[in-house]
Design a protein around this ligand. Structure first.
Ligand code: SF4
Ligand code: SF4
Length: 468
């Protein structure tokens, strides 16, 4: 490197000052402490773990949750979604995407701290690490120790448990897309499909590497949400915040009491020691903070010990820290816009769910010709009907049509066959005696009903005749 380049680099380093981001050169061994946010984290992790392992739940004789791509169906308990209903799935995705944005704008990266798979699995992995290798100091010591039988034994045991969890995660993820119990059987009898084996392998390796080794580096460098969450913040967003006015000037406690002139922060570094991403929140809000609240627990426990009020680090907005009044949620335009979109999406979802039946019916009226005068002096209209049978069995369908007196239905004298999970098409003719037609067009209602199980649908159409 030339002298000129060296001096440019030094100038850049000088300008950056003490700003520091751990780029993976050091492994963070965070201290574990109990507290309300730690408990909350366990609780939210548990709810996610139950959801993730949902495919093992059986419901009405089949897997409760299943993305059956080969048969182009999605099962969620009682609900079956076919490609025709994919708009409903899109609305669900839209709802959760906007919910994420709304939550971020109100309480920051709450999702990262409490719900993200990466942070939850990392938490479980590091919990195992602590059980086997000890407290952070012991883990650092073991990392630096020369290779020995004890070190290999401890590390191998840890990797074994990590691998077990990773394999279980890989298989459970794949189970979302295939018969969960059959997948286990197929894998252990070496009869699983290649696609299933590749998916399990990818997710096993991914879990092992991301949760075991990359940890917070995923949040820093790989996660796209971490890159964009800044645009959802404003001065009202509630984030873990260090109360500088109260804490500074910081300084260590002297034996037997506080130091005159010092703030409440006693430089114990407990807040940094517990941080899973290695952030020192006293330096201000940082990109690496995943809003997990563990530093709040740590600092509160210190404050309790030194008999000071808790909350030196607390969830607070910038406006609150500056002494400005906090706007209520319903006055924040950004939040209102998010709530508006979510309400629309939710209305669509509710409409969809309440109108999703086992049967769907569409009726298309033949336009060319609009009607035909028959030799028996009746008017005939032709219709193409499409019956969507969403169930897993072929069905016999009864078709009835409501219309003016004397109306005859041709093409549905016998029960209609509707193949499972597909659309079956029929041509139907309606004939109405000309004398019974009092208007140019009259409403007719097509009704279909399954004979083997519950399921019916109807479609309103029109019958056309000559000008009166
Ligand atoms: S835990 Fe609290 S008292 Fe200790 S260094 Fe952090 S902010 Fe200061
Ligand atoms: S600074 Fe506090 S809230 Fe942010 S990631 Fe670290 S421990 Fe969690």
């Amino acid at each position: 490197m030339s002298k000129e380049e060296q001096s440019t680099d030094s100038a850049v380093y000088e300008e950056l000052g003490s700003y520091h981001v751990n780029t993976g050169e050091e492994t963070i061994h965070a201290k574990r402490m109990s507290g309300r946010f730690r408990n909350l984290k366990w609780l939210t992790s548990l709810s996610w773990l139950v959801f993730f392992f949902g495919p093992y739940i059986q419901y009405s004789g089949r897997q409760a949750i299943l993305f059956d791509f080969p048969n182009r169906k999605f099962y969620f308990f009682d609900i079956t979604i076919l490609p025709q209903d994919v708009w409903l799935l899109s609305l669900v995705l839209l709802f959760f995407a906007i919910l994420l944005a709304a939550v971020t704008s109100v309480v920051g990266r709450m999702f990262c701290g409490y719900f993200c798979f990466q942070t939850i699995w990392t938490d479980v992995f590091t919990w195992i690490e602590e059980k086997l290798e000890g407290k952070p100091a012991a883990r650092h010591k073991l990392d630096k120790a020369p290779l020995s039988f004890t070190k290999v034994r401890i590390k191998a045991t840890k990797y074994f448990f990590w691998l077990l969890i990773s394999v279980f995660t890989g298989i459970s993820f794949t189970a979302w897309f295939t018969d969960a119990l059959q997948l286990w059987v197929d894998l252990f009898t070496m009869q699983a499909a290649l696609a299933a084996i590749i998916t399990v392998a990818m997710f096993t390796v991914g879990t092992f590497v991301l949760a075991g080794f990359m940890r917070e580096q995923v949040c820093f460098w790989l996660c796209p949400y971490a890159r964009i969450q800044g645009v959802m913040y404003d001065s009202e967003t509630i984030l873990p915040t260090y109360d500088t006015d109260r804490g500074e000037p910081r300084g260590r406690l002297k034996k037997g009491g506080t130091v005159e002139g010092n703030g409440d922060c006693i430089s114990c570094n407990m807040c940094v020691a517990v941080c899973p991403t290695g952030v020192d929140i006293r330096d201000g809000q940082q990109e690496g903070c995943i809003t997990c609240g563990l530093c709040l627990d740590a600092c509160d426990s210190v404050m309790e010990k030194i008999k000071k009020p808790v909350g030196l680090i607390r969830y607070a907005s910038l406006d609150e820290m500056l002494g400005k009044p906090q706007l209520p949620l319903f006055k924040r335009l950004r939040v209102l816009v998010y709530i508006g979109i979510m309400t629309l999406a939710l209305s669509g979802i509710i409409y969809g769910l309440t109108h999703l039946g086992a049967l769907e019916l569409k009726v298309l009226h033949e336009r060319q010709p609009l009607f035909v005068l028959q030799g028996d002096n009746s008017i005939q209209n032709k219709y193409e009907i499409k019956i969507l049978n969403k169930t897993d069995v072929d069905e016999k369908i009864k078709l009835e049509v409501d219309g003016p007196e004397g109306m005859r239905v041709r093409g549905a004298e016998n029960l209609l066959h509707a193949g499972m999970s597909r659309v079956t098409q029929y041509t139907i003719f309606l004939n109405i005696p000309k004398k019974n037609l009092t208007q140019t067009q009259v409403p007719v209602v097509f009704r279909i009903k399954m004979t083997g199980q519950d399921g019916e649908a109807e479609y309103k159409s029109m019958f056309f005749g000559p000008k009166q």
